[in-house]
Design a protein around this ligand. Structure first.
Ligand code: FNR
Length: 182
């Protein structure tokens, strides 16, 4: 059976560099990993009034996360933290109280930014939230990608040999992490 991986990209913009990074990782993972991007751009803003019977897009995402053996979070940094769209899906899937569907899943965090900080601060904040939500995140290698133009194309092809080797190393560690826990 393949390992089902839910890939959550923290950006909803069309030309997201983090979606390109996610596609590169999906390409580098072994065939035994069935990765699916999680659509988050149609989720309403979280409202606790609806957490017992949420809108249809939320139900769809919750079913996708429930069925996943593992998680991959690929996030930009917005004003030195995780983007609103990412926090929104984390909140919806954590509710209602006592039915947090993230709990116990193995996962990993990576990200890219157009600055040399490589989304490190956002990733630290995200790791803290995921720890509370009981997601077991891979500690190392950390992946902070300083995204220069054309580093990764829309299909996930990486133009820089060093980056490709580094990300392949990440994928090896991630695959072992999921195989042990997924
Ligand atoms: C940014 N960006 C940014 N970059 C960074 O390294 N640290 C930061 O705190 C921020 N803050 C920030 C806030 C907002 C509102 C925007 C729109 C952007 C720049 C960011 O790295 C850049 O837009 C990336 O392209 C975002 O990733 P996606 O959306 O392309 O995946």
């Amino acid at each position: 059976m393949p390992h089902k991986i839910a890939v959550v990209v923290g950006s909803i913009r069309k030309d997201s560099i983090n979606r390109k990074l996610a596609r590169a990782i999906i390409k580098l993972l072994p065939d035994s990993f069935a990765c699916e991007l999680v659509q988050i751009d149609d989720l309403p803003v979280f409202n606790q009034d609806h957490d017992q019977d949420p809108p249809a897009p939320v139900k769809r995402v919750k079913a996708q996360i429930a069925a996943a053996d593992g998680l991959l979070f690929v996030t930009p940094e917005h004003n030195r933290s995780l983007p609103t769209a990412l926090k929104n899906v984390l909140d919806w899937v954590s509710r209602p109280y006592g039915q947090n569907l993230w709990a116990g899943k193995p996962g990993a965090i990576l990200g890219a930014s157009v600055g040399s900080v490589g989304s490190a601060v956002a990733q630290a904040h995200l790791r803290s939230v995921l720890s509370y939500l009981d997601v077991r995140t891979l500690g190392q290698p950390e992946v902070y990608i300083y995204f220069t133009s054309n580093l990764i194309d829309d299909q996930g092809n990486i133009s820089n040999d060093g980056t490709r080797t580094f990300l392949a190393g990440f994928c090896k560690q991630y695959a072992a992490w999921i195989e042990k826990r997924g």
